[in-house]
Write a protein that binds this ligand. Structure first.
Ligand SMILES: [Zn+2]
Length: 355
């Protein structure tokens, strides 16, 4: 498969990023940590005028013919990235467009739709929401209002939309990013992908095949993965992370390993993640790194539970045992929580025979 040159440039730039100072082109302190960003984000930040915010168009790349990705900032939501802290993509076929994820606010959803419209005016046939986390799905309202796209999501979406977690996350964002959240509404899926590991929902648009897999709840209430078998492209969403520590508290450990097994069985030459740049492979360094993190943390917490090591001590041990992750984004925010969560899952499994 022919990959556009931008990918090679991206890979090269990643190596150079380590030496970059966290300052903007203007030389002022930049509120976004620049040294860990994917090259498209880095480049866009350097072009930014003071006070400007990144738009999906600024970081859009064609990663394979007709396959586009907009790269979000690596970091948690704040008033500088304004919820543009995850990736989204789209595929232009002869007859229409398939969009994967909607970005993190109504404002971003609108800007994302305009970005797509700057590339093609073909109808948007489907919007596939890989999972419910805000950075991937809260822009969906723009597609609901302005297109006839069929919205496809995980069946657990409805549970999420009824949860306190949903209500709290919307309230938090409406407070933090008031104008960006004007007109926010929950988007209920038109079609859901029923749970059956290994059996995808098969979509076809303009001769392009999209296999949408329900991969359980490995990272959220419910997660999807999209494979394009003729192109050997996998949209992995938040199964594998780069330069960013995963967040496991909404997920399930058994589903994680099952999802990874499923992904490994899909022929893939280009892996497009929910955060960080697309990688050519196999092997995929983001996969190796994330799976080894989850596996090590699981083994460590399992050991701790078996040996009656108290929770707080086990979490402290985990904190000191991942020095190679300390420099990645969200390590401080997520790592101890992940350890705590896995310990609890292991405890339930080992002591009570359940998860
Ligand atoms: Zn995400």
């Amino acid at each position: 498969m022919r990959i556009f040159q931008s990918l090679a440039t991206v890979a090269l730039s990643i190596c150079l990023l380590a030496t970059t100072q966290a300052v903007s082109a203007a030389g002022e302190d930049h509120p976004i940590r620049v040294d860990i960003q994917p090259e498209p984000v880095q480049a866009a930040l350097e072009d930014q005028e003071p006070g400007e915010v990144l738009s999906p168009e600024d970081t859009l790349r064609e990663v394979a013919p007709g396959v586009y990705v907009t790269y979000g900032v690596i970091g948690t939501i704040d008033e500088f990235n304004r919820g543009f802290n995850g990736n989204a993509g789209f595929v232009v076929t002869d007859e229409g467009v398939v969009v994967i994820d909607a970005l993190g606010s109504p404002r971003l959803g609108k800007a994302w739709l305009e970005t797509i419209r700057s590339v093609t005016d073909k109808p948007i046939e489907y919007l596939v929401l890989t999972h419910n986390h805000p950075d991937h799905s809260y822009g969906a309202v723009a597609f609901r209002e302005e297109t006839d796209a069929t919205v496809i999501a995980h069946p657990a979406t409805e549970d999420y939309l009824r949860s306190n977690q949903f209500a709290d996350s919307v309230a938090y964002r409406e407070d933090l990013l008031e104008e960006d959240f004007e007109g926010f509404e929950a988007v209920h899926p038109d079609e859901t992908v029923e749970p059956a590991f290994g059996e995808p929902l098969e979509l076809e648009v303009g001769g392009e095949a999209f296999h949408v897999y329900n991969v359980g709840g490995h990272h959220s209430f419910g997660d999807l993965l999209i494979h394009m078998p003729d192109r050997q492209i996998t949209w992995g969403s938040d199964l594998y992370f780069q330069n960013r520590t995963t967040y496991m508290l909404d997920g399930n450990l058994e589903d994680y390993f099952k999802a990874d097994e499923l992904a490994k069985g899909l022929e893939t030459e280009l892996m497009i993640p929910g955060h960080g740049v697309a990688q050519e492979g196999p092997p995929f360094p983001m996969r190796e790194k994330t799976v080894s993190y989850v596996t090590r943390l699981r083994d460590m917490m399992k050991d701790a539970v078996e040996n009656m090591v108290p929770l707080s001590e086990a979490v402290n041990q985990a904190e000191e045992s991942f020095p190679e992750w300390e420099d990645t984004a969200l390590f401080e925010e997520n790592h101890r929580k992940n350890a705590n969560f896995i310990y609890t899952q292991m405890e339930q499994k080992l002591l009570f025979g359940e998860e």
